[in-house]
Design a protein around this ligand. Structure first.
Ligand SMILES: Cc1ncc(COP(=O)(O)O)c(C=O)c1O
Length: 374
């Protein structure tokens, strides 16, 4: 049976991983500055993670959300403390798109309205409402166009004001650091004004932290760089270090009703064990501090390379912008120097999304290779 051919593939077959590296079937070592698309947070095959998952699957891998699952409560308590999102409630699901789908649905339930404001160059996932608020018509099928979405330019606060004052908007959804779009960000003034406008107009602010969350930005969540209080925060990627896991944090003002949201697999025992191992490791190894330290080092090194025109992003969610398209550069880094990096819809941008355990030596290895390729 052929696989449905939707992914352009590099001709590399990783079969194992350890820390910052993955290994192919011939034992060739690749430095992972891509983290499987910002997913690997605590490193490949981290011993605490392997131990927690192995133990849990040998006890109970799954049971449904119809029974008590104390692991979900443990995860929620730990997440509340580590994120600083005091009082928020947790709903668990399985992916980033699903997190945003639930966030949008909840905003619509809460306000009784349906229109959403999103931003140019956004990416929020592939399911129905999530893809409709994604600024890419080529991945929206006719069935997705039923949603009522208005796209605005990031930082155009007057346009946001005009739309919210029409009174039919349920939510504004925004990435505090754009991922797939290419690491563009709103200003502090924009985010703080946006938060205030949402509150004045009874519109829910959804911070999509699917990629920027869990310490990647140098704070637990990227919106914490600003004085804002989102109504809903969506999370996924780094949450399970590769175990499929997503969730939303829901402001205490939003009241739950039985049946309002639901899922078969979300928050299962194995996912919670993975999620707890990630949080425990982030804490024990002080990985958010490491993100900031290595990020500064990376930026310093990048600033000495004349071909790099702009360094974008925060923490270990970084983009290096060149004045040429980086497709060939990425290929040379992979095939000649065995280093994974990421691309973006901005074709001149090289994305750097390593495990948060990265050390300065790995950064040196990257820049030596980059200089050779350039
Ligand atoms: C900001 C953001 N939101 C949502 C998603 C969708 O996540 P998933 O692929 O887990 O559905 C992504 C994936 O790249 C993302 O970067």
């Amino acid at each position: 049976m052929p696989l449905f051919d939707v992914y352009p593939l590099y001709n590399i077959t990783p079969v194992s991983g350890k820390g910052m590296f993955v290994y192919d079937e011939n034992g060739i070592e690749y430095l992972d500055l891509y983290g499987g698309h910002a997913v690997i947070s605590i490193g490949h095959a981290h011993p605490n993670y392997v131990k927690a998952i192995t133990h849990q699957v040998s006890e109970l891998g799954f049971y449904s959300n119809a029974v008590q699952n104390p692991l979900q409560e443990q995860l929620a308590s730990k997440l509340e403390i580590m994120s600083g999102c005091t009082g928020y409630q947790l709903f668990l699901c399985n992916s980033g798109a699903e997190a945003n789908e639930n966030a949008l649905k909840l905003a619509s339930f809460k306000t009784g309205k349906a229109r959403v404001v999103a931003f140019n160059n956004s990416f929020h996932g592939r399911t129905s409402a999530a893809v409709a608020v994604t600024d890419n018509p080529s991945i929206n099928a006719p069935i997705n166009l039923q949603h009522d979405v208005t796209f605005l330019a990031l930082n155009d606060i007057d346009a946001v004001k005009g739309e919210l004052e029409k009174g039919d908007v349920c939510a504004v959804i925004v990435e505090c650091i754009q991922g797939v779009g290419g690491l563009d960000e709103g200003t502090a003034e924009f985010f703080e004004h946006l938060d205030a406008l949402c509150k004045i107009n009874g519109v829910l602010l959804i911070a999509d932290e699917v990629q920027s969350g869990y310490g990647r930005s140098g704070k637990f969540f990227a919106h914490q760089y600003y004085n804002v209080e989102p109504d809903i925060i969506s999370m996924a990627k780094g949450m399970g270090n590769g175990f499929p896991m997503g969730g939303i944090l829901i402001h205490p003002d939003i009241e739950a009703k039985h049946g309002m949201l639901g899922t078969t697999f979300g928050g299962n025992h194995l996912a919670c064990a993975a999620g707890l191992a990630v949080l425990n490791t982030l804490e024990k190894e002080e990985l958010v501090n490491n993100v900031n330290e290595v990020s500064s080092y990376f930026r310093e090194k990048a600033s000495t390379i004349p071909q790099i025109k702009k360094i974008k992003g925060k923490g270990l969610m970084l983009g290096l912008e060149f004045d040429f398209e980086v497709g060939d550069l990425r290929k040379k880094l992979i095939y000649s120097h065995h280093i994974f990096t990421g691309g973006a819809s901005n074709k001149k941008l090289l994305r750097i999304l390593p495990p948060l355990t990265i050390q300065k030596g790995h950064v040196d290895q990257f820049f030596e290779a980059l200089k050779k390729v350039l």
